[in-house]
Design a protein around this ligand. Structure first.
Ligand SMILES: [Ca+2]
Ligand SMILES: [Ca+2]
Ligand SMILES: [Ca+2]
Ligand SMILES: [Ca+2]
Length: 335
């Protein structure tokens, strides 16, 4: 009797447990039916999709560390960098400055159109721009490089108007510039080749018909062939020509170029150009008549500045050439 009761209880408990187990398993059954309710997707999708997704994910996350892509900055490898300690050259050539008459919107001297001597560091509305006004220039050198420095009235070569500075080299002393070493902003205190080009005149027309006078209006292509541009990959030697700013009291802008490039005999001059900025039109005096170019001097009939504005250049000095002293565009010896 007792054992029968126990058995009954036991069987009751077992039955209860079975019900409980069934009850607990209902959700999983329900999930199963849900899973089987989308048979279309799995049968079509899983085999192809899952592997490709998994394959794509790891490659994305593994890009930064194990396989770095080759960098693509404009930096080029250099093997010879100019000195950072350059003395001022022994010969300092002074240029006229317009700062004293800036408030009167005029440059009273230093501008002689027919000789290709500009003193017009003004915008077309005759606003004076001191960062274009050349005070002096000088040449120094060490074993490998020539250094040509430009002293400006202003202190910001990175003036927002965008000023090009350049060095013109006349190798054969005929007054026709043969090479221009041209620098564009932005300028940096560190030596850089990134913003420098050397452009050659290949057909001797930078002086127009004569280097001693304006031949305008005369067509021509001025400096016409780029022979050095490290960013564009032009030139065999990426260390030939450099520029930096704030290199010293007399070097608001400083150029360096290899002596092996220029040779040891040449005439040299400098230009600050925030106006036309077109080396294919140099010399400007051969492309534009004085009437079209305008004048910076109020007493002249062509005042104010028109086509040729925002430019300052200098008479050229010689290095390694004695000459006659009367070469075209050469600074005349002091009496
Ligand atoms: Ca000047
Ligand atoms: Ca020449
Ligand atoms: Ca000329
Ligand atoms: Ca030319």
């Amino acid at each position: 009797m007792y054992s029968k009761l126990v058995r009954t209880r036991i069987s009751f408990v077992i039955t209860a447990l079975i019900f409980a187990a069934l009850a607990c398993s209902f959700p999983s059954v329900a999930v199963k039916t849900e899973a089987t309710a989308v048979p279309v997707m799995p049968s079509e999708a899983p085999p192809p999709f899952v592997p490709t997704l998994q394959a794509a994910m790891p490659t994305e996350t593994s890009i930064p560390s194990p396989t770095p892509e080759p960098p693509t900055p404009t930096k080029v490898p250099h093997s010879l960098i100019p000195s950072t300690d350059v003395n001022t050259g022994k010969l300092i050539i002074n240029d006229a400055v317009s700062v004293d008459t800036a408030i009167e919107n005029r440059a009273p001297y230093g501008d002689s159109y027919k000789y290709n001597w500009f003193e017009r560091p003004f915008l077309k509305d005759m606003t004076y721009v001191s960062d274009m006004d050349i005070v002096s220039y000088n040449l120094a050198y060490d074993e490998k490089f020539f250094y040509i420095s430009i002293e400006l009235v202003g202190a910001n070569p990175n003036n927002p108007i965008g000023i090009h500075y350049s060095v013109e080299l006349d190798i054969d002393a005929d007054g026709f510039g043969d090479y221009i070493i041209l620098a564009r902003p932005p300028y940096n205190v560190d030596w850089s080749t990134d913003t420098v080009q050397i452009v050659q005149d290949t057909n001797r027309d930078t002086g127009g018909l004569s280097a001693e006078r304006s031949d305008a209006p005369l067509p021509g292509d001025g400096y016409d062939m780029v022979i050095f541009d490290t960013v564009a990959g032009i030139g065999d030697d990426y260390d030939v020509a450099w520029v930096r700013m704030h290199a010293g009291k007399k070097a608001t802008i400083q150029f360096a170029f290899k002596r092996s490039f220029s040779g040891e005999k040449f005439f040299y001059g400098v230009v600050a150009d925030g106006g036309l900025k077109s080396i294919a039109d140099m010399d400007y005096v051969d492309r534009f008549t004085e009437e079209d170019a305008g004048s910076p001097e109020k007493s002249e009939k062509d005042y104010p500045l028109k086509a040729i504005y925002g430019v300052d250049n200098v008479c050229r000095e010689s290095f390694g050439i004695k000459g006659t002293g009367q070469e075209p565009q050469r600074c005349k010896p002091k009496p």
